[in-house]
Design a protein around this ligand. Structure first.
Ligand code: IMP
Ligand code: MG
Length: 182
């Protein structure tokens, strides 16, 4: 139990069991698809952290991890502006490595579109995207998503890495925010 979270919870959207079952499936698929390849999981901080650590435990082939932090300017905390800035870059070059970006959620697609433009000139062997949640209705920038945990409706969610004003990332489930109590 996480103190205080109930107040903001309209309903649980994805239970811990649903999340873990799907993440195990994704890990098995990724292990098969990348067998024999130099795989690097690129986690986008901070939201992707819980997903990364659970996913990598289900990836049975050798792989590396690295982290990037991006921040979007403007338009308030619940909506990204599409203007993105790098807060932390990767530690190592990615040339000739197979890069799989691990994200918590894709909303407009602006953040990932920016990341792709930034990473492609660094000549990775391949560049693909794995997102836990996909808010497909909200997409304004067309980006190819290779692995999707769950397609979800246009509702503001929190928990399992996703924050509500920087809190509650540690919830084991994904919940829909009760807008009345914000
Ligand atoms: P995009 O650039 O519009 O695709 O924004 C993606 C980012 O917005 C995600 O990485 C999250 O940090 C944030 N975001 C979008 N929707 C939600 C949500 O429902 N809950 C929490 N964060 C969200
Ligand atoms: Mg994020």
């Amino acid at each position: 139990m996480v103190l205080g979270a109930d107040k903001y919870l309209d309903r649980v959207l994805l239970t811990e069991e649903q999340l873990q079952t799907r993440i195990a499936e994704l890990g098995e698929t990724i292990s098969r698809d990348y067998a024999g390849k130099h795989l690097l999981l690129l986690c986008v901080l901070k939201g992707g952290v819980l997903f990364l650590t659970d996913l990598m435990r289900h990836i049975s082939i050798p792989h590396e991890i690295d982290f990037m932090a991006v921040s979007s300017y403007g338009r308030g905390v619940r909506e990204s502006s599409g203007v993105v800035r790098i807060v932390k870059d990767l530690d190592e070059p990615i040339e000739n490595k197979h890069i799989l970006i691990v994200e918590d959620i894709i909303d407009s697609g602006a953040t990932l579109s920016y990341l792709i433009q930034l990473l492609e000139p660094r000549n990775p062997a391949s560049l693909k995207i794995c997102t836990l949640l996909n808010k497909w209705e909200r997409r304004t920038v067309d980006i190819p998503v290779d692995y999707i945990g769950f397609d979800i409706e246009d509702e503001f969610v929190f928990g399992y890495g996703l924050d509500l004003d920087e809190r509650y990332r540690n919830l084991p489930y994904v919940g829909v925010v009760n807008q009345d109590n914000l």
